[in-house]
Ligand binder design. Sequence first.
Ligand code: NAD
Length: 476
Amino acid sequence: MSDYPKLHMIIDGEKVYAGSRRTYQVVNPATEEVIGELPLADAADLERALAAAARGFAKWRKTTAQERVAVLQGAARLMLERKEQIARISTLEQGKPLEQGRLEVMMVHNLWNFYAGEALRLYGRALVRPTGFRSTVRQEPVGPVAAFAPWNFPIGNPGRKLGPAVATGCSVILKAAEETPGCALAVLQCLLDAGLPPEVGQAVFGVPDEVSRHLLGSPVIRKLSFTGSTIVGKHLMKLAADDCKRTTMELGGHGPVLVFADMDIDQVVNAMVPPKVRNAGQVCISPTRFIVEEAAFSKFRDAYTARYAATKVGYGLDESVEMGPMANPRRPEAMDHMVADARARGAKLDTGGTRIGNQGYFYAPTVMSEVPLDALMMNEEPFGPLAIINPFPNEEAMIAEANRLPYGLAAYAWTNDYKRQQRVAGELEAGMVTVNTGVVAAPDAPFCGVKWSGHGHEDGPEGVQACLVTKVVHEG
Ligand code: NAD
């Protein structure tokens, strides 16, 4: 496909093409056509990247804040200039509608400008000491970062990991998902074109477990930043533990949505269908388990089902399409498996539950209701276009259901009762809680989970802190 870029890695400033290396075929999930051949790193490539990252860190940690700000702001401008081109790559390799790719570009643009501001505000403090003595608390960059980014936000995830590292003076080796390398390369290229020294920002691809074992096995890497599934996250935490590396883990979720009967149901439906449509539900903060107060259950289920079923599904290059295909063949398979399991246990299928067409990984917007708690979909992250709607008798039972799972990423609550808003916000076990809104993330707000959804933060000042270590110096 002519407008999909030729793929490579970026190691120590050099564009490394396949040559005799192993390769991975990148597939357009809407057409199942092979659109690119991605080189996979061998051990020598990774050693070269590590050596460069060590040099890059020694150099970048000594730069002034103004130098780092100039790179981040320049790169944010380039993201804007290249918006259409980058969004198109995301549709071709990941499937999301163009407009959602453009929003991701804007997300990175806004985040990098935010991080540029934060780079100017990395303060330490002086402790009160008798004359002749001095104790200072300093913040220093943690060191070279290994950043593993998944395919669901192919632009946003690399941007979110590169930004705070660059802002704080760290070097980064980015390993984005092999399914979506074109976006990751385009994002990193904006930073390099804005003046980031080549040894500070690099991109490798490979067999994921080979790359992670190699990079995490090296003393050069001082921090791991990972976004992906909980099971892979746990595995990587164990690898990182062998060398006591700092970790930031953004893992899975199972978004509970509490809907109380005092709400205008149409308002809730209008707000909560778009975040379910987004990226065909392949979003860690996607609203998934709708926990509805009994008195509102039927009305909510019928209205939600009607609105969600009307979603226009198709090839994301068509501007009128609202939901593209799923990103890879594993996802519709997982959806079919979960739907069949829930039906066998007596759940109702209100809409969807099937693939669309026989080309591409399209799946219909799906609603299932009255799903037993032991169904697979009630316990594992569907990561797809599936909304589960169940009735519950009262607030206590609704909160208990929301907190039942080991996940704790985003949780949503809808109620007009002020006292209840306060109680629910306090009781929900989640890193991010919304009350009467479907909007979760913003550049200045920490993005984080608790329990099996991970630890550490991205975005906000906390995202910058996650790339810093604290040192105290006592002088006599
Ligand atoms: P997966 O768990 O195999 O992969 C998830 C991501 O982790 C991919 O980007 C993959 O390249 C990466 N990965 C896998 N093994 C790795 C390793 N050893 N070292 C480094 N990176 C590694 O699953 P998948 O089939 O791609 O996605 C399925 C599940 O992953 C979904 O059900 C969802 O729960 C989860 N997921 C979560 C997010 C998120 O934003 N939290 C993003 C993508 C996928």
